[in-house]
Design a protein around this ligand. Structure first.
Ligand code: URA
Length: 272
């Protein structure tokens, strides 16, 4: 069989294209022309079959109803799954079983929470980074270590068994986005019902929203430098937007802003 390409593609170009396809995961050469599978209607094996002989009196099998994948509303699915979760463990299972978020495909772990679920304060971050993805826990990398030191300065500790001094930590997204990119609006929206249920089940007195993604998910607002420092309402309770600890690693001068926000948090905790 002639395997060399035709005159409009050099042998090297064809070989490179072929290697690229293999890298993408292609395993089976099936035809000369490309097939756009998104446009394919799943063939109905029953309709395609030749009609049965006239003499045969077999009952017709029902024609299966094919639901195109893109008619599934991930937010509605998430809402239904989240509503059924009666405990945090149920919620973790529900998230583990949610198959509509593309980030899940590239993540090594589902990062659900850390800290004390009885804590008065619940912290919400953005999404796992490399270290969190590897360990399956939120805020364990450099940003997390800085966060722990800042919390300690206002008498809070994620390892504390005492709800008065404990914190509970989660993220808007339980899966690491590729290359640590920001989660997309659609991804934030589909994980929103899980986050809302998470807050309901933990039932903290106060929430801290760390960074723009947390504010987008909880307040439907962005602009953290404008939002930070003033109490807002999220999920029916007071929420303090503040800068994300990763921002402080890049811009240490901003630590004074977060310090002011944490003092405000401390004051409100004392007052409640
Ligand atoms: N940044 C986040 O927002 N969350 C983590 O868990 C780690 C880094």
């Amino acid at each position: 069989m002639e395997t060399r390409p035709g005159p409009d593609l050099s042998y090297d170009a064809a070989l490179a294209a072929f290697e690229w396809l293999i890298e993408l995961g292609a395993t089976d050469p099936v035809g000369d022309a490309p097939v756009n599978r998104y446009e394919l209607v799943t063939p109905d094996p029953i309709a395609a079959a030749p009609p049965p002989p006239v003499a045969e009196t077999r009952p017709q099998r029902p024609v299966p109803v094919l639901v195109p994948v893109d008619t599934v509303d991930p937010v509605a699915v998430a809402r239904a799954l989240a509503a059924r979760a009666k405990t945090l463990e149920d919620l973790r299972e529900a998230i583990l079983g949610f198959e509509h978020c593309p980030l899940k495909l590239g993540a090594r772990n589902t990062v659900f929470c850390d800290g004390n679920p009885k804590a008065r304060v619940m912290l919400i971050g953005e999404a796992p980074g490399k270290d969190e993805d590897a360990q399956g826990k939120p805020f364990v990398g450099r940003a997390g270590q800085l966060l722990d030191r800042m919390l300690a300065a206002v008498g809070l500790d994620r390892a504390s068994p005492d709800p008065a001094t404990a914190v509970y930590i989660t993220n808007v997204m339980p899966w690491r986005p590729p290359g640590n990119r920001e989660p997309e609006t659609s991804e934030i929206a589909m994980m929103g019902p899980f986050l809302a249920r998470h807050v309901e089940l933990v039932d903290p007195d106060l929430i801290v929203l760390m960074g723009n993604t947390a504010c987008a998910a909880a307040l439907n607002a962005r602009g953290i430098t404008r939002l930070r420092g003033s109490w807002a309402q999220a999920f029916g309770r007071p929420a303090m937007p503040t800068l994300h600890p990763a921002n402080l690693l890049r811009t240490p001068i901003n630590k004074r802003l977060v310090w002011a926000d944490l003092l405000e948090l401390r004051a409100k905790l004392n007052a409640l």
